[in-house]
Design a protein around this ligand. Sequence first.
Ligand code: ADP
Ligand code: GLC
Length: 478
Amino acid sequence: MKILAAASEIYPLVKTGGLADVAGALPTALRPLGIEVRSMVPGYPAVMAELKSGKIAHHYAELFGGKAALVAGKAKGLDIIALDAPHLFNRSGNIYLGPDGKDWPDNGPRFAAFSQSVVDVARGAIKGYAPDLLHLHDWQAALAAVHVKFGGGPKTVVTVHNIAFQGQFPAHFFASLGLPPAAFGINGVEFYGNVGFLKGGLACADAITTVSPSYANEICTPEFGMGLDGLLRSRRQAVSGIVNGIDTDVWNPETDKDIAVQFDVSTLEKRSLNKRAVEKRFGLTTGDGPLFCVVSRLTWQKGMDILAAALDTLMGSGARLALVGSGESGIEREFLGAAQQHKGRIGAVIGYDEALSHLMQAGADAILIPSRFEPCGLTQLYGLRYGCVPVVARTGGLADTIIDANEAGLGAGVATGFQFSPIDGPSLQAALGRAARVYKSGKAWTMLQKRGMESDVSWKHSAAAYKELFSNLPESSA
Ligand code: ADP
Ligand code: GLC
């Protein structure tokens, strides 16, 4: 089976979050199952730099306001087709946001062009290549499913990584999309009078997946569906959830070059050297209480304001906190302020640092993920693999991947972390208290770490689930 996957970011070429990790790891996980994946990605500078020896496979005299080309080649073990369109993608800084921290004003044309190029490849723009299926990730690629429905092409699967990001643009933008008038309707891109890229993709795809079974249920409700729940309910048969795996080579504490000392489940005591390294890096004193960490976008979704409000209680319990993250400036300021106020107890690095995130998983005792909603979440899976016990909100993929250390979970020896609900300050504080108590007990904590490290967080099962889905798509269900 030949699959053309399209995503706006792909690890290790370009990454702002978990989407990149998934887009980068899934092709390798599918290969042994007989599925050959080529990955399409916009030609940002970081991508084009890796494709220096790539071949121009198609020319556009004009694509959304400028010349463009499709460049195909291998990069970091991935089979890449990049849309090289300098007028759209050759910019420094964040791939979605301008220097003012707001969406690039031309994100509509940028990702409409990207989706158009995906469909062009699907329809034979690259000689000798004809994919059997399009796997379209998030709104930036979803429009391709609309093109296919209204103009022909292979079967399509749209995967929702986060329904909060929908790609909505004013109605007049429709005229530039090259779609027939019928596509501006309830079965196409029309969404409350505007153009909705994700809405269109969800209406037109042969199958819709999201990144955990719980989130698949949640997005069909008004509370989590963000306006798309009605459409998703009407397509309930086409919606499923497949939990993300992780790349167990990139995230392997036995071989990780970014950590101070490598370890495995039988040499857990070596983690203490990584802990010292984290303390040093964040200017923290050593102490008896647990060292919590956060590796996250600092946003409302991630519940970072809830955590910020709980810091005084956390300090009261003798714990320490190391945080790396960036996002909303108000939340960034709050953590920097807390680090000033609790010198030696709270350390905050504002920014994005992949290597540091590995060291933190290897050295901190627990990772905090108090998300208000979480389609899957990857940092709790990295935590499991590194013996960094996850303390998570009971929502979405967090609920599906962590087994709570309540009496039953501990008693049966199956627990892997701590869950809390409702998602608010008091219940987060209660979970932190529970975690601190189990940490003090020593033995039960070690059991949690070991269970986590032994649990299977690889792509094995989920890759098989994708294969099953890809192989059994109903005849034109959209
Ligand atoms: P999301 O994609 O919603 O941000 P995920 O948990 O799925 O959440 O994925 C986040 C990814 O980004 C993980 O690989 C995590 O380690 C990484 N990450 C997030 N913030 C940072 C940061 N400040 N520095 C390094 N890595 C980060
Ligand atoms: C999104 C979600 C996150 C998920 C990731 C990869 O960014 O917010 O929960 O893990 O996509 O699927």
